[in-house]
Design a protein around this ligand. Structure first.
Ligand SMILES: CSCCC(=O)C(=O)O
Ligand SMILES: [Fe+2]
Length: 191
């Protein structure tokens, strides 16, 4: 299940952001470990047998966003250089800042690397909010429905830059490894 459903998108975007700010925690999205196949990325890529993320594997995030956002309507008719954009989104990368996305319509897959470098596929649908920490390796693709409408939210100045893997010396990567990956190796009671 997602975080919340905000169906009234015509509401002032500041109101939406205020509502997002009210949500103090993020619930587990539908997420699973991926198989190793290089076939069509838009297929679900479950392992056999399926291996879903457990609630304990999900982490909580406090959400603080400023009122900076834009909309991305991702389908062939509405986006220039659609094929190239999709290819770029599916290239493994990091950012210097958090990546915050709220799904208004449609669906798609965010793939993130876990601490053991396995791909975890997270299925984002209308009403879902995802916040990827700065420095986490990730990529994105549409699913077979071929459409998603995303609100991109930023803390501070919008920065789009993607740094493709490998980026082990990037400050955001180093910070992520020391603050996040090492903590997730500790037992849960240590939080
Ligand atoms: C379509 S939004 C997700 C793609 C992505 O990782 C990015 O924009 O950096
Ligand atoms: Fe990204």
């Amino acid at each position: 299940m997602g975080v919340t459903l905000i169906s009234d998108f015509n509401a002032d975007s500041r109101e939406i952001i205020a509502r997002l700010k009210d949500m103090k925690q993020k619930t587990l999205l539908e997420a699973w470990f991926m198989d190793d196949s290089r076939e069509d990325p838009q297929l679900p890529h479950h392992r056999n047998p399926c291996e879903f993320m457990s609630p304990d594997q999900s982490r909580r995030f406090a959400l603080e966003v400023e009122s900076r956002q834009d909309l991305l309507d991702l389908c062939p008719e509405k986006v220039e250089n659609y094929e190239q954009k999709l290819k770029n989104f599916y290239t493994e990368h990091i950012h210097a800042d958090e990546e915050i996305r709220y799904c208004l319509e449609g669906s798609g897959y965010f793939d993130i690397r876990d601490k053991d470098d396995r791909w975890v596929r997270i299925w984002i649908k209308a009403g879902d909010l995802i916040i990827l920490p700065a420095g986490i390796y990730h990529r994105f693709t549409l699913d077979t429905s071929n459409y998603i409408k995303l609100m991109r939210l930023f803390v501070g100045e919008p920065v789009w830059t993607a740094f493709n893997r490998p980026q082990e010396d990037h400050p955001a990567r180093r910070n992520y490894i020391s603050n996040f990956v090492q903590k997730t190796r500790m037992p849960l009671e240590a939080y």
